[in-house]
Design a protein around this ligand. Sequence first.
Ligand SMILES: C[C@H](O)[C@H](O)[C@@H](O)C(=O)CO
Ligand SMILES: [Mn+2]
Length: 420
Amino acid sequence: MTQSNIELNYEAAKQQYAQYGIDVDKALEKLAQIKISMHCWQGDDVRGFLNRDQELTGGISVTGSYPGAARTPDELRADLEKAFALIPGKHKVNLHAIYADTNEKVELDQLEPKHFQGWVNWAKEQGLGLDFNPTCFSHENSKDGFTLSHPDPEIRKFWIDHCKASRKIGAYFGEQLGQTCVTNVWVPDGFKDTPVDRMAPRKRLKESLDEVFEEPLNPAHNLDAVESKLFGLGSEAYVVGSHEFYMGYGIQNNKLICLDAGHFHPTEVISNKLSSLALFSDGILLHVSRPMRWDSDHVVVLDDELIDIGRELVRHDLLGTTHIGLDFFDASINRVAAWVIGTRNTIKALLKAMLEPVDALKQAELEGDYTTRLALTEEFKTYPFGAIWDYYCAKQGVPVREEWIAQVKQYEREVLTKRG
Ligand SMILES: C[C@H](O)[C@H](O)[C@@H](O)C(=O)CO
Ligand SMILES: [Mn+2]
């Protein structure tokens, strides 16, 4: 597409949206302010750099053997840079503790900000923010499926100390980068088969979290989040940190509640939870993912649920208080492409939502004119959203439409396939 075609299409499309009072230029300005937290673990199938001999545990799984997974912090950063060059806007990177950039042999409970200095320096150079996660899996101390709710106080203490250390690392990121870091605690704890005592592990998890969060940290530097789950591989019958558990814990203790799109019953959607949660909390963390029959963590596509997540965030003005993170891992396709597809789609969903005639739709609903509500919603599905998206990409200096694929293929030939 030539620049002049992109501009001509844009101007024509803009007129159509203007008929409904939609200011497209303003929408694009707003879109450019939104940061998506791109998860580092798509780049190497959740292996990390500490304990690389450990298998992936915690009831999550990555399938596929596409060549080119990053093996070092430098390789992962190069891959992230490639992906960011193909995604409009300035964003964040979400790190897990196992991605420490250090030659030291350091245990998880002994991690310090210095072990992530390489990431901080790079994020500064690139103008990116960082988010963080303690890694409570793929470790000897989690091999029987329990961490913060473990019956053994010694093992519990190890994980409590790891989570405390993680919050300090998060606060360091926030202070160094001048952008709040969200440190998200997810633990895999649960039983494969029906437990007798559902209460005791939850009580232990609650007490452990109280210890983890004991030290107040500057909220401008670090915000804590907690992530629930319905089931995992090996925890099919019972997960200690269920949705109800963390709804209670988060609201009572002023923690962000993380909604992962793959962590609920298969027909349950997180888009329908945002308006409720927003009424009772100061903020929300999202793990945008795509469950396929289970918590399969497929790359997010522009499907109905992603569009609905965008709509809920835009319609209820939740963009200022919602932290949008991604969480998928697919090793069956080019990993850089996976980031680009999922992140571009998430931004597209937000833009699409900003270009809807929300006032007219709300008015129709208020008047009980559900015919107009449905008709207008459907007609807007074929409004020229693509022309606005193309213009946005061009304006942000990233490839328009599928032009990015050739760049990823070239990177694959020149860099990824050369990795052993
Ligand atoms: C690697 C992540 O922390 C992990 O995916 C977690 O967020 C999750 O969703 C587990 O199912
Ligand atoms: Mn998640």
